[in-house]
Design a protein around this ligand. Structure first.
Ligand code: DGL
Length: 260
């Protein structure tokens, strides 16, 4: 594989980033890792998150990968700087800056950020938005029941009730929502049923544009290259495919089990 980008998340959520990158970067090799053995990340401490993330980063580095996307808000919010300091020769890109830039371009005033507990507790979204625009009213809400439901693959039944429980109180009070977990675009339509016609910002789409820009600026795109995609999980391959089967097409991509 050539100039491969490593992409990783705690589970299937980062596939929403992979999907966008497959469209935006048709000539770039992509290697995905879902750390399902340690999923969910959302209620872990900073030290535990660093331990999980650094093992995955070292796996990528051992496979000659020099650009890594944390397709995970939880690690982007909590351990991005620490990982950059520990692995200075590897470019490590988080999802939060590009998501905030994408949000600011929409010029909205009252936003709800939903994310895992560890992302919300870091206040990374609130602080990053305030750096650029202090007038935006930022509401933060941890939604910890959602990732386990999505990872179980049985999220279609019953998830609407959980979403209602979380966001009904915000109906009519916000003009935008940041889906601050890469698992949430998978259930974006269920959010739309409750919150209707507000502005939806997905952290998964935002980061892909940043990577495409970086690769093109650094002349790292070879338009003659036929790209390869590899998907790995530290968990069970069949469970992984079951959880992601309703939104990701595995027809031409094999999923491997790996240890990191
Ligand atoms: N998808 C990840 C995120 O964006 C992690 C979710 C989890 O494992 O709790 O935060």
């Amino acid at each position: 594989m050539k100039n491969t980008i490593g992409i990783f998340d705690s589970g299937v959520g980062g596939l929403t980033v992979l999907q966008t990158m497959m469209k935006d970067l048709p000539h770039t090799d992509l290697m995905y890792i879902g750390d399902n053995k340690n999923c969910p990340y959302g209620d872990k401490s900073k030290a535990a998150l660093y331990e999980c993330a650094s093992k995955v980063v070292e796996y990528f580095i051992a496979h000659q990968i020099k650009i890594i996307v944390l397709a995970c808000n939880t690690t982007s919010a909590n351990v991005l700087e620490e990982l950059r300091a520990a692995y200075p020769n590897t470019r490590i890109i988080g999802v939060i800056d590009s998501t905030v830039q994408n949000f600011l371009r929409k010029e909205k005033e009252k936003v709800l950020v939903i994310a895992t507990k560890a992302t919300i507790d870091s206040h990374k979204y609130q602080d990053t938005i305030a750096l650029y625009n202090k007038q935006v009213q930022v509401n933060e809400l941890a939604t910890p029941k959602l990732v386990p439901l999505i990872e179980s693959g049985k999220y279609k039944k019953g998830i609407q009730e959980t979403i209602k429980e979380y966001v009904t109180a915000y109906q009519g009070k916000i003009d935008s929502i940041i889906l601050g977990c890469t698992h949430y675009p998978i259930i974006a339509n269920q959010f739309k049923e409750v919150l209707k016609d507000i502005c939806y910002i997905s952290s998964s789409e935002s980061v892909s544009k940043e990577v495409a820009y970086y690769l093109s600026e650094h002349h790292l795109i070879d338009t003659q290259h036929t790209r390869q995609i590899e998907i790995n999980t530290t968990g069970d391959v069949e469970d992984f495919k079951f959880a992601a089967g309703s939104f990701f097409d595995f027809e031409e991509i094999k999923v491997h089990h790996i240890e990191v």
